[in-house]
Design a binder for this molecule. Structure first.
Ligand code: DGY
Length: 329
């Protein structure tokens, strides 16, 4: 039986046990055990009267949900670094602090960006299918020709923690590295990563590979539309591990099917999940993963721990260890 004297926290999916244990030590936990996210009406029902909400990027936290929770809600902790599923202004209006999980998924995400980049450059999915379909008859001098990394230019759009980690890996491959970001990185960061700042259009025009690492917000939604994609170098490769809506998938499809872009590799799509009959999935030069950049055991444990610590601090009325700044008014 739940103890009515303890705070109540809704956790909207099974998360690593290490995080759940921290929340359980501080509160009564209502855990949504479903494999899929709670349907909206279920979420609105279960959130009623809770003190804390441990949400996932698949849960929309907006006025309706906050109203359903009621005035006792003290904290929202997202199990993600991205918080585009949360209406931060709505939380700020109610004085509810929001936490996220920065820092601990930087390496795992940079690794996936690299896995995607290399898979697309060297056509690994196509080559694997070829073997599985028993079409491998001999060694062919013209088979599966891809793109070299050494000497190529990598353009990184968004130069926060993850973008910088992607740059560091590129040094080992002998690439030229350029970046575009709202604010210029410090001289130390530029020296450590070997990356040089460039204007957005110049980056697009000169990069053989473009890797996207921006947050999803009003200025980045559709950033890679027909115009930006049209400015990319002929034969370039686009990698996206940020959020799906940053890329216009119709424009991307056109650029991939015409051969203007050599390939694209996406860990994120719009919508998610992308159904198997989506036109992008019919293209051999488009590799799509189901949003798994942070999916390593250590990283997910660390994310769960951070989310749980945000919950506990919020329940106690203390500053969150990883607060998300409310939007500027
Ligand atoms: C995030 O944290 O924002 C990722 O997209 C999921 O790990």
């Amino acid at each position: 039986m739940p103890d009515p004297s303890r705070p109540r926290v809704l956790v909207t999916r099974r998360i690593p046990e290490v995080g759940l244990a921290i929340v359980r030590a501080a509160a009564e936990v209502d855990l949504w055990e479903g494999e899929l996210p709670p349907p909206r009406d279920e979420l609105l029902r279960r959130v009623r009267g809770v003190d804390g909400l441990l949400s996932l990027l698949t849960d929309r936290v907006d006025d309706e949900l906050l109203d359903a929770a009621g005035p006792g809600l003290k904290v929202v902790a997202n199990l993600a670094v991205g918080v585009d599923n949360i209406d931060l202004a709505a939380c700020a209006r109610r004085g509810i602090p929001v936490g996220n999980t920065p820092g601990v998924l930087t390496e795992a995400t940079a690794d996936i960006a690299w896995a995607l980049l290399m898979s697309a450059a060297r056509r690994l999915p196509e080559a694997r299918d070829f073997v599985l379909q028993d079409r491998w008859k001999t060694w062919g001098p013209l088979d599966f020709l891809g793109k070299d990394l050494a000497g190529a230019t990598l353009g990184i759009v968004g130069f926060g923690r993850i973008g910088r980690e992607v740059a560091k890996r590129a040094r080992g491959f002998g690439m030229r590295i350029v970046y575009h970001s709202r604010t210029r990185a410090s001289a130390e960061v530029e020296a450590e990563t070997g990356a040089t700042p460039l204007g957005f259009h110049e980056l697009l025009a000169t990069s053989d590979f473009v890797s996207i690492h921006v947050d999803l917000n009003a200025t980045t939604r559709g950033l890679f539309g027909a115009e930006a994609i049209g400015r990319m170098k002929e034969g370039a490769i686009l990698v996206n591990t940020s959020r799906g809506p940053v890329v216009d998938q119709v424009a991307l499809h056109a650029a991939l099917s015409s051969g203007r872009l050599f390939a694209a590799a996406l860990d994120v799509t719009d919508p998610e999940p992308l159904r198997a009959d989506h036109p992008l999935l019919a293209l051999p030069n488009c590799l799509i993963l189901p949003h798994i950049a942070s999916a390593t055991v250590r990283t997910r444990d660390a994310m769960a721990t951070k989310a749980a610590r945000n919950i506990v601090a919020g329940l106690r009325g203390e500053p969150l260890p990883d607060p998300v700044a409310p939007p500027a008014r």
